[in-house]
Design a protein around this ligand. Structure first.
Ligand code: BG6
Length: 488
């Protein structure tokens, strides 16, 4: 088959490479990372904080405290952090002067997550940092820990007075990693616990997809352009397909994944977030509350096909052994930490309906899996065919309906597929693509998702985090599937 011809779309005005990616967060703060010796801290959090500092987004007075079980000194933590930042920062190789500036802000507090002694020592350390580093009593607690460990940390923070705010003078915020709960009941219980220690506006439930530039661009595309919103509905759209395909397997995360599976790991959070951004009504403003209200509303209207058996709405599968790049790769059941008779799904596909005035009758197909042939995250909006296929009369049968593809990653961009006349005397039609590519259109590197999300937390903006009801409504939607699969 011939490749579809492409026309490139360029930015009309390129932003200057010297324009900062972020404004500066002005208020001083200390961030405490629980789970400071873990993978997420090394791969994402420390590099993101370092990048923010280099981009000029951090205030002059900030401090980073690592909290974990290992008996490390400040110096051990700094060494480990240097290696992590050198390996994972998008700004690597790192400038030695920048590293010195960053390293001076790092310190380490040893403690177990359940033992009050570690929290008392942390409280003293934070008070000292307020004196020595002028961090102004503002705190962020980042819980970069496994889901079973979060409740104990939240409780201990509450018990030793570390969750309190001093309204108007100092703030305290907590960032919780996904998965947020294991099902509807556990998500509700976790919300109840966290909300009993922190108020909702102190809580930042992170979903790193919301920090991706191309995910935020969904709303820009819909709402900053006059031509899309009038056709963004059941009259013009045939169906919507959302795909999160990964080539990697579960790697070293078999133990975690066994309890999760594709539905909990990707669909409940990342995919339903993508769906809500595509399908929500335009908010009145870009305020956190207005955006969350619309997302919750559309998720409340989203449902499985209630007319037929569940198998007609959802399927699951698991990858088996095979070849990757000419090397043999284990099947899921052969991965470390996975039971040899595991039924955990590594692939899930769902057909959802959104019972609203805008979307009634338009199926939303969601599919995700590990060890698939191609890595791609994208949203395909398939439009209906034109009403009169007059080209058929001319013997032309290749007229395809329009499709708008929002490519989240890799190769971030947007492609509009439409039909054009082939050169020549006859009316022959060919599909073509008008293509906008993020990387070539704008001459600036996009920040990492965690940079954006950490920055928003520092400035007190919860828009790109999940609100309590948002999390619960998405679990409620999937609960019938979880129940059915648990009994199968
Ligand atoms: C995480 C999942 O939330 O997202 C992983 O736990 C998955 O299983 C990852 O691989 C995908 O994120 P990204 O940013 O690589 O698409």
């Amino acid at each position: 088959m011939q490749p579809t011809p492409r026309v490139d779309a360029q930015a009309v005005v390129s932003p200057s490479t010297t324009t900062p990616l972020f404004d500066e967060a002005r208020e001083p703060f200390t961030i405490v990372i629980f789970g400071a010796t873990g993978d997420l801290t090394a791969r994402k959090l420390l590099p993101a904080l370092f990048n923010l500092m280099v981009e000029g987004a951090l205030p002059d007075r900030f401090s980073i405290v690592g909290f974990a079980r290992r008996p490390w000194s400040d110096e051990d933590f700094r060494k480990d952090a240097q290696q992590a930042v050198s390996q994972f920062s998008r700004l690597a190789p790192i400038d030695p002067a920048n590293w010195e500036r960053f390293a001076a802000r790092l310190s380490y507090q040893q403690g177990t997550f359940e033992d009050p002694a570690g929290y008392a020592a942390l409280r003293d350390r934070l008070a000292r940092l307020d004196q020595t580093d002028g961090t102004g009593h503002n705190r962020i607690y980042y819980l970069s820990v496994s889901p079973e460990e979060s409740p104990a940390i939240v409780q201990q923070l509450g018990a030793c007075g570390l969750a309190k705010e001093d309204p108007g003078r100092a703030w305290t915020r907590v960032i919780l990693e996904k998965p947020f709960g294991h099902d509807l009941a556990s998500a509700r219980a976790l919300n109840q616990l966290v909300n009993s220690v922190f108020s909702e506006d102190q809580i930042y439930r992170i979903d790193h997809y919301l920090g991706k530039e191309t995910v935020q661009n969904i709303l820009a595309l819909r709402l900053a352009n006059g031509i899309f919103e009038p056709v963004w509905n059941r009259r013009y759209i045939d169906y919507v397909q959302i795909t999160v395909a990964e080539t990697l397997g579960v790697e070293h995360r078999g133990g975690y994944y066994e309890k999760a599976g594709a539905l909990r790991d990707i669909v409940q959070n990342h995919m339903l977030q993508l769906l809500s951004l595509v399908a929500m009504e335009p908010p009145i403003t870009f305020d956190a509350a207005a955006v969350h209200n619309e997302k919750v509303k559309v998720l409340q209207g989203t449902m499985l096909d209630h007319d037929g058996p569940l198998e007609r709405s959802v399927i699951r599968a698991q990858y088996g052994p095979g070849q990757v790049d000419d090397k043999s790769a284990p099947g899921y059941r052969q991965e470390e930490g996975v039971a040899p008779n595991s039924t955990t799904e590594t692939y899930a596909a769902l057909r959802l309906h959104i019972d609203t005035w805008r979307w009634s009758g338009v199926p939303f197909f969601l599919r995700t899996g590990k060890r698939l042939a191609k890595q791609v995250t994208e949203i395909a909006i398939q439009f209906k065919s034109p009403p009169l296929m007059l080209f058929h009369q001319a013997g032309e049968h290749r007229v395809e309906p329009n499709m708008l593809i929002l490519r989240i990653q890799p190769d971030e961009g947007i492609g509009l597929h439409f039909s054009a006349k082939l050169p020549g005397g006859r009316m022959r039609i060919s599909p073509v693509v008008m293509d906008f590519n993020y990387r070539t259109a704008f001459a600036v590197a996009s920040p990492e998702a965690y940079e954006r999300l950490l920055f928003d937390c520092m400035t007190g903006d919860t828009t790109l985090f999940a609100r309590r009801d948002e999390v619960e409504v998405s679990w409620a939607l999937l609960q019938p599937i979880l129940d059915a699969w648990a009994q199968a």
